[in-house]
Design a protein around this ligand. Structure first.
Ligand code: ADP
Ligand code: MG
Length: 241
């Protein structure tokens, strides 16, 4: 579903990614882990062309993204940003309806979809007409997730989506993500700082260090005794769930 072939990314003097090869099969939830600055966000942004490779190719559904219209590509891929990235002057309902509106859905279809999504992410329907500023951190993250899911994309990119919420909300959101993934078979790339989250949710874990993939495998393999030391340390020797 997603493939990186010898991909490098340079920003001026910094090489953010160097010769990354990685494949994520359809329906897999793949966790990207690694220290700050290791290239996780850059790797994710290659998929929807928020970042361009300086070498190599990125394939989505078998086609090189370089030949695809960025706006169209982004409408087909859900993206949950670290900071939720909600439009502050648009209501919750308008935020969730962003992509359906761009796709030309009529307003009653959008309203129905918004109501369904609020239920899916377990938000009170009364929040639909609020502005993002009136929401708690956890509620805003749920709206961000609902917005990413709005047009039912088969690929979901999530950049530390639960980083800014309290542990209890985080646990709830994690459970919701697991349910959504189990129920829809979406291909999901999840950047996370939380080893437990990676080991619990993902069937593929990719470890980045200084812009290179240093480990790529099933959770159990990455915490096994013969796994690379760096991966084991980063994942805290935790038990895959
Ligand atoms: P992570 O998400 O793992 O913390 P990033 O992918 O954000 O890492 O960044 C990888 C490296 O690339 C870092 O050294 C970062 O400073 C650099 N970088 C990322 N985006 C840009 C940019 N737009 N311009 C310049 N440098 C960047
Ligand atoms: Mg990042």
């Amino acid at each position: 579903m997603i493939a990186f072939e010898n991909v490098s990314v340079s920003f001026d003097a910094t090489e953010a990614l160097s010769c990354v090869n990685l494949q994520v099969a359809e329906g897999v939830l793949c966790a990207l882990v690694g220290p700050s600055g290791s290239g996780k966000s850059t790797l994710m942004k290659l998929v929807n062309r928020l970042v361009e490779p300086s070498a190599g190719r990125v394939l989505v559904r078998g086609a090189d993204v370089a030949g695809q219209d960025p706006a169209r590509l982004r409408r087909s891929i859900g993206y949950v940003m670290q900071s939720t990235g909600l439009f502050p002057h648009r209501t919750v309902a308008a935020n969730i309806g962003t992509v359906p509106r761009l796709l030309g859905w009529d307003s009653s279809r959008i309203a129905t979809r918004v109501a369904d999504l609020l239920e899916l992410v377990q938000l009170d329907p009364d929040l639909a007409q609020r502005l993002p500023g009136a929401l708690s951190g956890g509620q805003a993250q749920r709206v961000g997730l609902a917005r990413a899911l709005a047009a039912d994309p088969d690929i979901l990119l999530m950049d530390e989506p639960f980083g800014a919420v309290d542990p209890i909300t985080r646990r709830d959101l994690r459970a919701e993500l697991r349910r959504i993934h189990a129920g829809t078979g979406k291909t999901i790339l999840l950047v996370t700082h939380d080893p437990e989250e990676a080991l619990e949710l993902a069937s593929q874990v990719v470890v980045l260090r200084d812009g290179a993939v240093v480990a790529d495998g099933a959770p159990a393999a990455l915490v096994a005794e013969d796994a690379p030391e760096f991966a084991r340390t980063l994942l805290g020797g935790g038990q895959p769930g």
